[in-house]
Write a protein that binds this ligand. Structure first.
Ligand code: NAD
Length: 510
């Protein structure tokens, strides 16, 4: 099959950046260019301050982008040659890179369409199509075009038609290769993927293209984990994976509502069900529900597909997963309000965690936004937000749509968890950031010195809203070793250093 020497990745986001970095790390002979039209993002990828936070990512970027000889903490890459020639580049100059590439991976964003036909469910393909068109204009004949973005089924067919119109008679191969990484564990997922899915045409040239891409992955992925399927299966399999993961969360959350009204304990139920190997224990933590940029949109996309195929029952079935998720979030917000005696006026509520889970600075589809929206209707004195991984500008941008002139000045983002919680009447743990998990959640605060209540919702996992704990006391006071946030110099969680990780991660250099 074709020898790949030059890969261009279009879109330097949560998927494009880490994927390119790991491919470059394991293929020192391949030049990997990551293209983005956002010059600010590209500048940051070229700096020590990467635009996204993923544990271990800085180490890998330093090796392939800078040629640094690094002793990587991840043992799986211990045999990486040291003193390398840089082979990972971030640039806005797409034309030059596209003209040289043997393989172009499209990893641009594919959000839900908000308008017109299919609005709220269908995928908005404007960005993807524009990127594909650019490739059609500048790429060499024979270039392999890879769908890395999550796209609706049938996209490969559609892109092929589009290419024929833009560059008639010029052969291109289109391959589907969806990404299964999870934010927060992207590097580990990319280094040791459960599977790499490659979907292609079953023509000789389609097979050759799939094989060329498979060889790139085979540099570090065991062959049996590289699955070659047809393009439709590959596109659909990605949607199905996300839909089924999300479905488990909605299922357990629906049961948590029953638990709240009875004597049953959701953690005991989840444990009992999950111990059965046919069910499995993962993704069975009841909680605030799922957030992030993928689950909701991918289920919507699946729903829309079913609808378009004339299968309304299937569409209805999957749309319930999203409905249950929204309901759970509202239920949680009203629980907080009830706990504060339905009177939030003048009170301070602190939210620990804003990203949809730990170890990511991604604020998209934050679960906190809906909770804050409901709380603000009760006119609290202050909503205080702290997340060790998020930039405050990102948090504010995400909240902007639900704020007005009256509420804007009541919402504050803190860079210090202690300050965020100071004199709060309620502390709400939104995500599973490690520092928040070290809480003495089951322990009642004995320093009762006043009438006000602090509500504390332990959330030991991203999907967890387990038992509510009410801590009596006039203020939420931190005693070292007792607080929900570790002491500043905690060697285990390095809570305060996490923020620093956005800029310069502590890395061991040989
Ligand atoms: P993102 O928004 O972080 O990144 C997309 C990048 O593409 C942006 O930086 C944008 O500026 C750039 N871009 C858009 N059009 C461009 C063009 N024409 N030329 C150059 N750059 C362009 O998105 P993401 O989270 O990385 O997701 C990308 C795709 O991967 C989506 O389809 C998503 O569904 C899928 N996916 C995401 C995840 C995840 O965890 N985020 C996991 C698996 C799959």
């Amino acid at each position: 099959s074709k020898l790949v020497r030059h890969i261009a990745v279009v879109g330097a986001g949560y998927v494009g950046g880490p994927t390119a970095a790991v491919i470059a790390l394991h293929n020192p002979h391949i030049r990997v260019d990551v293209l983005d039209k956002d010059p600010r993002r590209v500048r940051r990828w070229n700096s020590p301050h990467l635009p996204i936070y993923e544990p271990g990512l800085v180490d890998i970027v330093r090796v392939s982008r800078d040629g640094a000889s690094a002793r990587l903490r991840d043992a799986s890459v211990a045999d990486t040659p040291v003193d390398r020639i840089p082979n990972l580049f971030f640039t806005t100059d797409s034309q030059t890179s596209l003209a040289k590439a043997d393989v172009v991976m499209l990893a641009v964003n594919t959000p839900t369409k908000t308008f017109g036909v299919g609005g709220g469910r269908a995928t908005n393909m404007t960005t993807f199509d524009a990127a594909a068109k650019e490739v059609a204009l500048y790429a060499r004949p024979g270039t392999i075009i890879v769908e890395k973005s999550t796209v609706p089924c049938g996209t490969a067919q559609r892109v092929r038609k589009m290419l024929d119109e833009v560059r008639p008679g010029v052969p291109f191969e289109i391959v589907s290769n969806p990404e299964f990484l999870s934010e927060g564990t992207a590097v580990r997922n990319l280094m040791q993927p459960d599977r790499v899915l490659i979907g292609s045409d079953k023509t000789p040239s389609g097979r050759r293209a799939a094989e060329a891409l498979a060889n790139v992955y085979a540099a570090w992925v065991p062959r049996p984990r590289i699955l070659e399927v047809n393009a439709w299966s590959s596109e659909l399999a990605k949607l199905v994976s996300n839909a089924m993961l999300a479905q488990r969360i909605s299922s357990i959350n629906s049961i948590s509502a029953i638990c709240d009204k009875t004597g049953a304990d959701i953690d005991e139920i989840a444990k009992s069900a999950g111990i059965d190997p046919r069910i499995g224990s993962q993704f069975l933590k009841a909680g605030l529900g799922f957030g992030g940029s993928c689950f909701r949109k991918d289920i919507s996309s699946l729903t829309y597909l079913a609808e378009s195929l004339g299968l309304p029952e299937v569409a209805h079935y999957w749309s319930q997963v999203n409905s249950m998720n929204e309901w759970q979030r509202d239920r949680f917000a009203y629980k907080i309000i009830r706990r504060l005696e339905e009177n939030l006026v003048g009170k301070k509520v602190a939210l620990l965690g804003f990203a949809f889970k730990k170890n990511t600075g991604d604020t998209r589809e934050s679960l906190a936004v809906d909770v804050i929206r409901v709380l603000l209707q009760e006119r609290p004195g202050e909503i205080a937000i702290f997340d060790p991984c998020c930039l405050s500008e990102d948090i504010i941008r995400e909240l902007e749509p639900i704020l007005d002139s009256a509420t804007r000045e009541r919402v504050h983002v803190y860079s210090d968890a202690y300050q965020a919680c100071q004199q709060a009447h309620a502390v709400v743990v939104i995500n599973d950031s490690d520092p928040f998990r070290q809480s003495p959640a089951k322990q009642r605060n004995s320093n009762v010195d006043g009438g006000t209540r602090t509500y504390y919702e332990p959330s030991p996992h991203v999907h967890a809203v387990s038992e509510d704990i009410v801590i009596e006391g006039s203020r939420f006071s931190y005693l070292p070793g007792q607080s929900p946030i570790c002491a500043e110099d905690c060697p285990d969680c390095q809570s305060t250093k996490l923020r620093g990780a956005m800029s310069s991660e502590p890395v061991e250099w040989a």
